[in-house]
Design a protein around this ligand. Structure first.
Ligand code: DON
Length: 305
C-alpha cells in the first residue's frame, strides 16, 4: 500500500504544472503550487503518508462537510432541507445566478457557498462565536486533534476580500432564508474556511465518515448514522461542484474539495484519503490531487460503482 501511494504521487506530480493556486483570496496565493502530498487512514487505524504530507493548508470548502453535519444534527433533516436544496449544481461554487431565478430562492445544495452559509446559520449557538465553537469542536473530534486552529492571516484576507460571499449572504437574508445577523454568520463561515490542517487530519475526518460516523480510534459514534449517510450522498453528488459527475466516473467515492488544494475522499467501510496540491483546475479543485485519487481508486479498487 505504501508503494501504491508513493507511485500515485510520483506519477501525477507533473500535473501540478497545469494548475494555479487560488488568488482571489490574496493570502492563498502564497500556497506552494508544486506541493503534492497525501494520507490514507483506514478503519483499523493504519496510516500511510506520502509526498509533501507535512504541507499545511486551510481547509476552505472541506469545512462545509462539518458545517452540514452540525446543521443536520442540530436542526434535523427536515428543517435543513427546507432552507437548502439537495441537488447538484452546474454553476461555479460561488455563483449567485440560481438564487434569484429559482422560485424558492433556496441554494441548490449545502456545498455551494450559498448553501454552506445557510447551514452555518443553522448550527447550534446564539451567535457567531457559539456557532463557530460548535463546528470547530466537531472538527476537533473528527480529526482526534485538539490543536486544530484558524490561520489568522488567511481569515483576515478572506474577510477583507469576501465580497461575493457577502452579496450571497445579504441576498439570502433578503429572501428570509438566513434569519440571523448576516455579518456574524459570514464571519463564522470565513473562520471555518480558514481552519488549518495537514492531510493526516483530513484523512481521519474522512475515515470517520467511511466508518458510518464512528471514530475508529475510540469506537465513539461521533455522527449519527442517518446524518452520515446524507453527508455521503451530498458528497458524491455535489462534493466537487460542477465536476462532481466527472469525479464520480473517474474516482467513484464521496469527496469534498477546497480551494486551499485539499480533496477529502471517503471509501466507505474501508478508508479515508486526503490529498493536498494547491495548484487548482478551472473548477477550483486540486488538479494533481484529482489524478492521485484516480490512480488510487484504480489500484485499490475504491470505486463504489
Ligand atoms: O468562500 C470561499 O470562496 C472560500 N472560502 C471557499 C471556497 C472553496 O473552497 C471552494 N472549493 N473548491
Amino acid at each position: 500500500m505504501e508503494s501504491i501511494l508513493k507511485n500515485a504521487i510520483e506519477n501525477n506530480k507533473k500535473w501540478t504544472e497545469f494548475g494555479q493556486v487560488a488568488s482571489y483570496i490574496p493570502e492563498l496565493a502564497k500556497g506552494n503550487s508544486e506541493a503534492l502530498g497525501a494520507c490514507i487512514f483506514d478503519t483499523n487505524c493504519n496510516m500511510i503518508l506520502g509526498g509533501d504530507y507535512d504541507t499545511r493548508f486551510t481547509i476552505q470548502s472541506v469545512s462545509k462537510v462539518a458545517i452540514l453535519i452540525c446543521a443536520l444534527i442540530d436542526k434535523g433533516k427536515k428543517t435543513v432541507f427546507s432552507k437548502v436544496g439537495m441537488e447538484p449544481s452546474t454553476d461555479p461554487f460561488n455563483s449567485l445566478a440560481k438564487l434569484e431565478t429559482r422560485e424558492s430562492h433556496k441554494p441548490l445544495n449545502p456545498f455551494i457557498n450559498a448553501g454552506a452559509i445557510v447551514c452555518t446559520s443553522l448550527a447550534s449557538g446564539d451567535n457567531g462565536i457559539e456557532k463557530f465553537n460548535r463546528i470547530h469542536n466537531m472538527i476537533k473530534r473528527m480529526t482526534n486533534n485538539d490543536e486544530i486552529e484558524v490561520n489568522h492571516s488567511v481569515y483576515r484576507s478572506e474577510k477583507l476580500t469576501g465580497n461575493t460571499n457577502r452579496a450571497i449572504a445579504y441576498y439570502l437574508k433578503g429572501a428570509n432564508i438566513i434569519e440571523k445577523d448576516v455579518e456574524d454568520v459570514l464571519d463564522t463561515y470565513f473562520k471555518l474556511c480558514s481552519i488549518e490542517m495537514v492531510v493526516e487530519d483530513v484523512a481521519k475526518m474522512a475515515c470517520v465518515i467511511a466508518n458510518d460516523g464512528i471514530a475508529p480510534w475510540s469506537n465513539e459514534q461521533i455522527i449519527p448514522k442517518e446524518v452520515n449517510g446524507i453527508v455521503k450522498a451530498i458528497m458524491i453528488t455535489c462534493g466537487l461542484y460542477d465536476s462532481s459527475g466527472e469525479f464520480s466516473v473517474n474516482v467513484g467515492t464521496p469527496a469534498k474539495s477546497g480551494v486551499g488544494g485539499c480533496i477529502m475522499a471517503v471509501a466507505p467501510n474501508n478508508m479515508g484519503i486526503a490529498v493536498v496540491g494547491p495548484a487548482l483546475d478551472m473548477h477550483g479543485n486540486s488538479i494533481a490531487g484529482k489524478k492521485v485519487l484516480e490512480e488510487l481508486s484504480q489500484q485499490l479498487n475504491l470505486s463504489m460503482f
